[in-house]
Ligand binder design. Structure first.
Ligand code: T46
Length: 177
């Protein structure tokens, strides 16, 4: 931390780099297997159109078996989740949501890594979350928010492919705030 010279207030701290010239967070090294596709809204005379998923983006070669929406009330957090075999494809379609991923796979080259994405209609993106990646989402605004999850295996009511740990678990080095 650099201290400001005397033209400023003594306690002032200079900003560190936080973003690249492509407006990506400067510390964002993607977890192995995670893919992100940012899309652009198409502005129309009466609104805008946003593509959410296309096979020809070639982000994966999996099926689309189900699409469900998760709504989050203001401040709502849903964490932590992991699936043994299911791939999630997460797209925030309403409001703003933080999507946080954690790699707890001991054999992974990115073991121990956290990825944090802030997504929404202002910055639409599809995030491919492979199986066994812990993930959590937070609506960090005062407005309703929602995401779509486009999964390759539909939810099995009798035997959900769903593992959980509590949001404040010390086993994941991330605190939602
Ligand atoms: C996924 C699913 C769930 N349900 C039922 C099961 C529960 O009784 C209830 C809530 O589901 P769940 O506990 O899975 O919801 P969240 O804890 O918010 O988790 C969901 O949203 C976060 C962000 C994730 O990443 C999870 O993968 C996703 O499952 O809806 C269904 O009836 N159909 C379904 O397709």
């Amino acid at each position: 931390m650099l201290q400001a010279e005397k033209w400023s207030i003594d306690s002032a701290i200079k900003d560190a780099k936080s973003i690249t010239a492509q407006w990506n967070p400067s510390n964002l090294d993607l977890i192995d297997g995670v893919k992100v596709k940012e899309v652009k809204n198409v502005i129309k005379n009466n609104g805008f159109l946003t593509e959410i998923y296309r096979q020809d983006w070639e982000l994966d070669n999996l099926t689309v078996d189900q699409i469900f929406q998760v709504s989050l009330l203001p401040g709502g957090i849903s964490a932590w989740h992991a699936h043994e075999v299911t791939t999630d494809r997460i797209f925030v379609n309403t409001g703003l949501i933080k999507v946080v991923l954690y790699d707890a796979r001991p054999e992974s080259p990115t073991y121990g890594q956290i990825n944090e994405f802030r997504c929404g209609a202002f910055r639409p993106m599809l995030i491919i979350v492979p199986p066994r990646i812990w993930h959590g989402v937070q609506n960090f605004t005062n407005e309703h928010a929602a995401l779509l999850n486009i999964v390759d295996r539909a939810y099995q009511y009798d035997d959900p492919d769903h593992w959980r740990i509590p949001v404040n678990s010390p086993e994941i080095p991330y605190t939602f705030s």
